[in-house]
Write a protein that binds this ligand. Structure first.
Ligand SMILES: NC(=O)c1ccc[n+]([C@@H]2O[C@H](COP(=O)([O-])OP(=O)(O)OC[C@H]3O[C@@H](n4cnc5c(N)ncnc54)[C@H](O)[C@@H]3O)[C@@H](O)[C@H]2O)c1
Length: 302
């Protein structure tokens, strides 16, 4: 889709981070927007700011909890009555998680899979039949570097994001004959609020919680995350890169060479295996050292 002007877009997770930057950047391109999020206050703020900056742009907003099919059904009806057919469907909403390997709560697995994966399946359930009928449209799913290589991130997050990559590849091959494009974005670290959501969605080891209290653990974890966030890319910069690649109808959309290189490394089995283990160990070592600096022997709780 080379020209986005006057085309329609349905976007999830638009109140913050990458979604928010997408909303502004697509308004700048002249798209008609339907932005959604579970955070209605943040969403309204984005809508108001876009209307101030781009008064000529049509922008509708609506609450849509992506973990609920019924919310997608309602949002689709509203979208359809306001804007008609969808040209660009961006499944962006997602959450992080910060659990350790040994403390994976089933509720957390379910929540992460519902929000990061089932959301896209629900979105397809309502939008895809209409795209197939029209034989047009572009679906963009936001995965992660954690959907390309399984190392260092918590297992539920890796699992959800690998599934998004697989789903996107499958859609890409199945939908080419219908003139429907599919892209999957695999971000590296982007400076957004996802790192806070990771902390909120996590349960610490019960013994560690008892010994140090949630406040202290969050403080230490937050300061560790801060180091990562400080070196992360701004979402505005990342989204400019994504839009350039969406316009080229690319399947994989990157913001950093690092993740591209890892994809290439996958063919070299032994090198790739060594990379996975070394990366995990390097991140775990950094985290251990950080917790030690704050008086916590994290390895006692693993
Ligand atoms: N920031 C990064 O470093 C990074 C890296 C890789 C992938 N990603 C992916 O990018 C996407 C956007 O994340 P972000 O970094 O902008 O984070 P963010 O937390 O800044 O924004 C996520 C948005 O999703 C919304 N959301 C959360 N749960 C929802 C639900 N149930 N229904 C509807 N909306 C919901 C939040 O309210 C928020 O506005 C996610 O899919 C994330 O996994 C981010």
């Amino acid at each position: 889709m080379k020209d986005l002007k006057d085309k329609t877009c349905f976007l999830t997770g638009a109140a913050s981070g990458i979604g928010r930057s997408f909303a502004f950047a697509l308004a700048k391109q002249g798209m008609k927007l339907f932005i959604t999020d579970i955070d209605t206050e943040g969403l309204e703020q984005v809508k108001t700011e876009i209307e101030q900056e781009y008064p000529e742009i049509t922008v509708y907003s609506m609450k849509c909890d992506v973990s609920k099919l019924s919310d997608f059904e309602e949002a689709f009806k509203e979208f359809n009555s306001k804007l008609g057919d969808v040209d660009l469907l961006i499944n962006n909403a997602g959450i992080g998680v910060a659990d350790t390997l040994t403390n994976i709560d089933l509720e957390i697995w379910k929540n992460v899979l519902d929000i990061n994966l089932m959301s896209i399946i629900y979105s397809l359930k309502v939008f895809l039949p209409h795209m197939l009928e029209r034989k047009s449209g572009h679906i963009v799913n936001v995965s992660s570097g954690a959907g390309i290589f399984g190392s260092s991130e918590p297992l539920p997050y890796i699992t959800s994001k690998f599934a998004v990559v697989g789903l996107s590849e499958g859609l890409f091959s199945h939908l080419k004959n219908y003139d429907i494009n599919v892209s999957v974005i695999v971000p590296g670290y982007i400076k957004t609020n996802i790192f806070d959501s990771g902390i909120k969605n996590s349960n610490y080891d019960p013994k560690m919680l008892k010994d140090f209290g949630r406040e202290k653990l969050e403080e230490v974890y937050n300061s560790w995350m801060e180091n990562i966030i400080n070196s992360a890319m701004s979402p505005d910069v990342a989204v400019r890169k994504y839009i350039r690649q969406i316009k080229k109808d690319q399947l994989y959309i990157f913001d950093s060479a690092f993740i591209k290189d890892i994809l290439a490394l996958k063919g070299k089995t032994k090198e790739y295996e060594a990379f996975l283990v070394n990366y995990q160990e390097m991140q775990a070592k950094d985290m251990r050292e950080h917790f030690h600096e704050h008086g916590i022997n994290i390895e006692d709780y693993m």
